[in-house]
Design a protein around this ligand. Structure first.
Ligand SMILES: [Zn+2]
Length: 426
């Protein structure tokens, strides 16, 4: 996620999460979505395979209108309240397949640009697909997207098929085989130029509209090196077969599983100044920290954003030298100092991330990254990176809390880091 935008959206999502009560574990989503770019609306259906012992399940549904809920073709009773659909199940146990049809005109979570023929999602998945918003409930996904045939779409996982439909439409299908949190489900589509390059086993794709192929290649010339750097620092290979960066309309800066949407003007910034790599590095880093090692709830959000922010500075150090790294760290420190001077400092682990303020977000991003720099100084080079690799390897594909990070770092350091954590983090 970006530093400052999407703040309001995040608040809303977290409010929704806080009121999510009924226990269920989603195994798999199989969704079909047809966005109408001109009308800024969606219609869709999703089969949610859920494991529950209860005869009631609840899913987040944003402001969507629920048209029907079925199991094995049979209509189920449901009610919608407070952005959730509550479904009464027939008797039974174990895995259930609940099919929900819906439509709506989401005001956030998905952005439409009719004059540019573009559409993409941003973070709040339940605004365009009924799902469970809890970041700890990871699931696999089969996703079919129906759009005008002239548009190039990208979504999570592997593109497995594309088929032409009547009226110049096309359905594309992706399989996301590794379980992921729903907030990184998403897609983007537009009349994009596609530029590809292979790096090791990963296919890198760059999508843009108003840059030439040569410019696109120049804009993303650091991406292969970033992939190597993050794999090395994570101690874990990149999880997908492809990684895509999209330069999209509007002011977007959003990681999703397997791809990132970036604002178009960022391309120009990178053409003008090679050192503007922070944003691309931050979003790419989320493919490990955030997407694969995910905060279990938003109170531990600093593990997603603090690490991605810090590691982006570490990438700048790797590419441009120590001075550039220290300049970046100094920016984080100064941003944090302003919050502290205003009396708004808090531990990085929040008691509740219900209505985060602008200052709260600076803490999670900038203080988080600054504290990781201090921890690196405290532990020394070898121990710090060994600890980060321990943490990332051990929890790859899982959800974490701050104590998991402490344990991994202490193991690498072979002595207690509790005083440090108590001073800065918890
Ligand atoms: Zn982020």
């Amino acid at each position: 996620m970006p530093s400052m935008s999407e703040k309001i959206i995040l608040c809303l999502v977290v409010v929704l999460l806080a009121s999510f009560g009924v226990q269920a574990d989603v195994i798999h989503y199989s969704a079909t979505l047809e966005p109408d770019i001109a009308n800024k609306s969606v219609k869709g259906s999703v089969i949610i395979r859920v494991r529950t012992t209860s005869n009631v399940v609840e899913f987040n549904c944003g402001n969507l209108t629920i048209d029907s809920v079925r199991e094995n073709g049979k209509a189920l009773q449901f009610s919608v309240n407070d952005h959730k659909v509550k479904v009464s199940l027939a008797r039974g146990q174990g895995e259930r397949n609940i099919q929900i049809q819906y439509h709506g005109s989401p005001r956030y979570g998905i952005r439409f640009f009719p004059d540019r023929q573009q559409v993409y999602t941003v973070f709040s998945t339940s605004q365009w697909m009924v799902c469970v918003d809890d970041p700890a409930d990871k699931a696999t996904l089969t996703f079919k997207l129906i759009l005008p045939a002239n548009l190039t779409p990208i979504a999570n996982g592997e593109l497995v098929s594309q088929r032409e439909l009547p009226h110049n439409k096309r359905v594309s299908e992706w399989q996301q085989r590794t379980p992921i949190s729903t907030y990184i489900f998403g897609f983007a589509a537009g009349p994009f130029r596609v530029v590809k390059e292979k790096h090791g086993n990963v296919e890198l794709q760059y999508l843009a509209t108003n840059y030439s192929e040569a410019e696109v290649r120049r804009i993303f010339r650091a991406t292969p090196d970033m992939l190597d750097f993050f794999e090395d620092r994570a101690g874990v290979k990149y999880a997908d077969k492809t990684y895509t960066q999209v330069l999209a309309a509007g002011g977007v800066e959003q990681e999703m599983s397997g791809f990132t949407a970036l604002k178009e003007s960022y391309g120009k910034q990178l053409l003008d100044n090679e050192q503007e790599l922070w944003l691309a590095a931050h979003e790419f880093a989320h493919q490990w920290w955030g997407n694969m090692v995910t905060c279990r709830d938003w109170n531990h959000f600093w593990l997603n954003e603090g690490i991605a922010t810090f590691i982006a500075a570490a990438y700048l150090e790797h590419r441009f030298g120590r001075e550039v790294y220290l300049r970046e760290i100094e920016t984080y420190r100064a941003n944090y100092e302003k919050v502290r001077a205003a009396g708004k400092d808090k531990p990085l682990v929040f008691p509740d991330w219900l209505n985060p303020t602008r200052e709260d977000r600076i803490l999670v991003y900038d203080k988080g990254a600054y504290v990781l720099h201090l921890l690196r100084e405290e532990m020394g080079e070898a121990n710090f990176w060994k600890g980060l690799r321990n943490f990332t390897r051990r929890h790859f594909g899982k959800s974490v809390v701050t104590n998991d990070f402490l344990v991994a770092m202490e193991e690498a350091h072979a002595k207690s880091l509790k005083p440090f954590f108590e001073k800065w983090i918890v």
